[in-house]
Design a protein around this ligand. Structure first.
Ligand SMILES: *Cc1c(COP(=O)(O)O)cnc(C)c1O
Length: 453
């Protein structure tokens, strides 16, 4: 085993547009003071390069799998030198998140020649948001020791950020304040933060409306901003890229397909793969495809028009509520990353995503509507030949399907307005006696026990 290196690694916030200035990770700052643009966490790559790619691989592999309860058992903190160097282990708030399964994707589900699905929803609060939230809440724990005036942490959310924030804050003993667009999250997502004891406010607006308010609310420094505008979140999320390569035997796939809303995750993937490449752990980088719901597609529109300025639209209702975002705050980062990774953007209609979800579900791979957008877009990209039939592709499943049962109930009742529920599989209500069950089974037998799929 390689010893934990004694080299002092370091990282600071810097402006993504290249303005002068570097700010410590424990400063209360979310945007560049000069241009008000986005910040990113910039690592001292020279220091990290003192270990070779092989040595990093040996170190990361030595921590996997790890003993329960140690920080190495977290997919994020087992990569800590690349995430938040120098964070005191006393401050780390974790649920052993990450290290989620990478599962083979049947051709029937995705249309991909060689497909994998990274099940990021198999984690504490059921979405990949846990990866970023462990870093953010740990950073707040550290901050609060020096700044007792920091009272609480707040976020605007389409449902998964708030579930994650509430859970990690509950573990840390830090108050959490959550702004949700009323009626635009699933029942499970509304209940998750309530159960964790967070203060939840439902506002009669959309996500973008909540986002504007939370930015103002956190301006004076008493409440800390937990949205992915805060680039600490992306440092945790980027370990997703490291995990994928580790699980594939330290190589990258040809493609990664990921559903995009606020576009933090696209940026995070890019940061992860860039670092893996620069530090010599992988030889080639993947291409990245961002998948959007047609009803909420500002990036897709900009991509098709060849515009680098994504701008904003009013997002329309979509079953993929977690990506129902019209004004993505991380758009400038995501555009940089997509350029660097020779990326593409695709979109899926409501019918396409409902079909894709039903098909995945029918193979036992219960799938959230955002993941369904990624699956539908993968199929379309294969169809037009952008993803080659021999290409190895990893589709990111961003959340657990169990969080989105409201629409699945309506689907299987064949009760989704304007959509065909081709694979609806309603349950059968029978008299509570053997005779009626037998009669029913016999009737099924005559039809060859066909399911509806
Ligand atoms: C947040 C979220 C996304 C989108 O991630 P962004 O970083 O906002 O683009 C996709 N799927 C699910 C389930 C999410 O919770």
């Amino acid at each position: 085993m390689t010893d934990i290196p004694s080299v002092p690694y370091s990282a600071v916030f810097r402006c993504i547009a290249g303005c002068q200035g570097a700010y410590p990770l424990d400063s209360l700052i979310y945007c560049c003071p000069s241009c008000h643009g986005l910040l990113e966490v910039s690592h001292d790559v020279g220091a990290l390069q003192r270990l070779s790619g092989e040595e990093w691989i040996e170190l990361f592999d030595s921590r996997y799998p790890a003993r329960a309860g140690t920080v190495d058992a977290s997919g994020v903190w087992s990569k800590r030198e690349w995430v938040y160097p120098g964070l005191d282990s006393r401050d780390i708030i974790h649920f052993s998140e990450g290290n989620t399964p990478l599962v083979e994707l049947p051709h029937r589900v995705s249309g991909l020649g060689r497909g994998w699905i990274k099940q990021c929803g198999h984690t504490q609060t059921g979405s990949f948001k846990d990866l970023g939230m462990t870093v953010l809440v740990s950073a707040v724990k550290r901050l609060r020791r020096r700044r007792p005036s920091l009272k609480a942490v707040a976020c605007a959310s389409t449902g998964d950020t708030s579930a994650a924030l509430a859970a990690y804050c509950a573990r840390a003993g830090i108050p959490a304040l959550i702004l949700l667009p009323e009626g635009k999250t699933s029942m499970a997502q509304l209940l998750q933060p309530l159960a964790s004891g967070a203060v939840v406010c439902a506002l009669r607006t959309d996500f973008d409306g909540c986002m504007k308010i939370v930015q103002k609310l956190t301006e004076d420094g008493h409440i800390y901003l937990a949205n992915s505008l805060n680039s600490l979140r992306l440092e945790g999320q980027k370990t997703l890229a490291i995990e994928i390569c580790q699980q594939l035997g330290w190589r990258a796939p040809d493609w990664v397909v990921i559903p995009g809303g606020n576009l933090g995750n696209v940026s995070a993937l890019g940061y992860g793969f860039s670092l893996l490449h620069r530090l010599g752990l992988i030889r080639k980088r993947p291409r990245i495809a961002c998948a959007q719901a047609q009803q909420a597609n500002p990036l897709y529109r900009a991509y098709k028009a060849g515009r680098a300025d994504v701008g904003s639209i009013v997002a329309r209702n979509t079953l993929a509520t977690a990506i129902q975002i019209g004004n993505p705050v991380s758009a400038p980062r995501a555009v940089q990353v997509l350029r660097e990774f020779h990326g593409v953007v695709e979109q899926a209609s409501e019918q396409e995503l409902a079909d894709a979800a039903a098909l995945a579900d029918s193979e036992g791979m219960l799938c959230c509507p955002q993941t369904a957008v990624a699956l539908a877009c993968s199929r379309k990209l294969v169809h037009v030949g952008v993803i080659g039939s021999e290409d190895e592709t990893v589709v990111i499943s961003t959340a657990n399907g169990l969080k989105f049962m409201d629409y699945k109930r309506d689907y299987h009742r064949n009760d989704l307005e304007g959509l065909q529920c081709r694979h609806a599989n309603p349950h059968h209500v029978l008299e509570p006696n053997l005779k009626s069950v037998l009669a029913f089974v016999e009737q099924l037998g005559r039809c060859g026990l066909d399911t509806n799929v």
